[in-house]
Design a protein around this ligand. Structure first.
Ligand SMILES: *Cc1c(COP(=O)(O)O)cnc(C)c1O
Length: 464
């Protein structure tokens, strides 16, 4: 070996010739590999320049390993599957609702082939893509007509724009919601071109407040579900039926943004007060709006259901082109809606409903088994099953606790934060809840078939 450590470095070609790098050729572009080799050589030269020694490290195989690690790091996909052990069923940062297998398959099939998206197969004529969901939403909600856009935020904007632009929309002050990610009713109103007319106070709004606000420029009365907060104590809101009666009297539209899009009564899961789309339509509103990926448990979408005349007007709005659903989402949404035609099927197949409906005894059983397996891993100080409470999340049912079972884990030799970071960056990524120096894995949101992946993720994180 020469005395000059720089000269003992391999050439780019030496590294390219190693078995490990030759193996990479199938996966990465040649130029990217060469660039990565150069980068590693530059880094090592910089280390040598600072006086570091390399004690025999500078072999082509050593560089090949560095190159492999660099490429794996830099070209890792940004979107990765995550095991959700937070217990939060609708976790907006984790993609909200996982869809039913059948719905996911429909999206997959739609994505990789052709389909009659806007073609009537009977007549051979052009049709509307909304036909895929219109009839199903109507059957499920009792509405005359329906259409769908990208999310409920878009549904709100397009409804207000198409039906109330330049006109006043009367809303209770207690319902001027902000949903995470800058959906704020006053701003949405402004974007749509409708004029917000707030009435009442934060805690009390009476029918008389609405009545007094009605004038020649009023277009609609709007009710908005306070999805992610509750006004409680000395409060009064106007029942929807009274709002509808008032709207009819003055020939105004009544729009009901119910937020979560519950198709079944959530009282069965012990949740109170979640509006159901069908009930809203039955009370006589002109239009009900809701999300596809909250309690409905489908893909991200915003559904508008109600009077045919208004739905037609909305579909003719130029924004429809910008807001319309793509074929994959539409296919997943249609399949999800069709599952709801049989409520028993929905409870079984729609993951959100299945997770919310999992009996505590089953969660306890799974938590105990998991605690037992985790206890046996090296590096685990303790793993025990215990009862706990969680929330549904996704801006739904804000104050209603959900009993659940968790495995509470304490580890040796790494901090809980370091451990959580390793779990997040592992494959599969695993996310739990951190509490008092412990990490909790909530079984409600872990699919049974993910248990072995969870154990592997914990083992890998402890071994790193
Ligand atoms: C969540 C929510 C929205 C926004 O729905 P996205 O589908 O997230 O755009 C609007 N209104 C209410 C009442 C909501 O709960």
């Amino acid at each position: 070996m020469s005395d000059n450590p720089f000269r003992s470095l391999p050439s780019v070609n030496d590294v390219l010739d190693t078995p490990a790098v030759r193996n990479l050729q199938g996966r990465h572009d040649h130029d990217l590999i060469v660039a990565a080799i150069r980068q590693e050589l530059t880094d090592v030269r910089a280390r040598l320049g600072k006086g570091e020694t390399l004690n025999g490290e500078a072999t082509p195989d050593y560089f090949a390993l560095l190159v492999e690690q660099r490429l794996a790091r830099e070209y890792r996909p940004k979107l990765l599957p995550v095991i959700n052990a937070t217990g939060i069923v609708l976790h907006t940062n984790l993609g909200r609702a996982p869809v039913a297998d059948e719905a996911a398959r429909a999206a997959y099939d739609a994505a990789r082939g052709y389909l009659n998206l806007e073609l009537d197969l009977e007549t051979g004529k052009r049709s509307s893509r909304q036909d895929a969901i219109r009839e199903w939403v109507c059957r499920l909600t009792g509405a005359e007509s329906a259409t769908a856009v990208n999310n409920n935020a878009a549904a709100t904007v397009i409804a207000l724009r198409a039906l109330c632009q330049g006109k006043e929309v009367v809303i209770s002050r207690g319902q001027l919601i902000e949903i995470g990610g800058s959906f704020r009713i006053p701003e949405i109103m402004a974007v749509s071109g409708a004029i917000l007319r707030e009435v009442g106070t934060t805690n009390i709004t009476r029918l008389a407040d609405f009545e007094k606000a009605i004038g020649p420029n009023t277009a609609a009365l709007m009710q908005i579900h306070t999805s992610n907060y509750r006004v409680s104590g000395f409060t009064k809101t106007v029942p929807l039926a009274e709002l509808v009666t008032l709207g009819k009297k003055h020939q105004l539209k009544v729009i009901d943004d119910i937020g979560s899009g519950a198709m079944v009564d959530f009282a069965r899961f012990g949740f109170e007060g979640e509006p159901v789309a069908r009930e809203s339509i039955a009370s006589g509103v002109d239009l009900v709006l809701f999300s596809g990926d909250k309690l409905l448990g489908g893909p991200q979408a915003g559904i508008l259901a109600g009077k045919k005349e208004w739905i037609q007007k909305i579909e003719k709005d130029p924004l429809m082109r910008a807001f319309r659903l793509d074929k994959m989402t539409l296919a997943a949404l249609e399949t999800t809606l069709r599952i709801y035609l049989n409520e028993a099927h929905a409870l079984e197949k729609v993951p959100v409903l299945r997770m919310l409906g999992t009996p505590l005894a089953e969660l306890k059983d799974r938590a105990e088994k998991l605690a037992h397996e985790l206890s046996a891993l090296p590096g685990i100080f303790s793993a025990r099953a215990c009862g706990d409470v969680a929330f549904v999340g996704g801006g739904s049912l804000p104050d209603q606790k959900l009993a659940t079972w968790v495995v509470e884990v304490q580890v040796q030799s790494v901090s809980d934060e370091e451990f959580a970071q390793r779990l997040r960056t592992g494959a599969p990524a695993l996310i739990g809840r951190l509490r008092n120096g412990r990490i909790l894995f909530d079984l409600r949101t872990v699919f049974p078939e993910q248990t072995s992946g969870l154990i592997t993720a914990v083992r890998d994180a402890l071994g790193r």
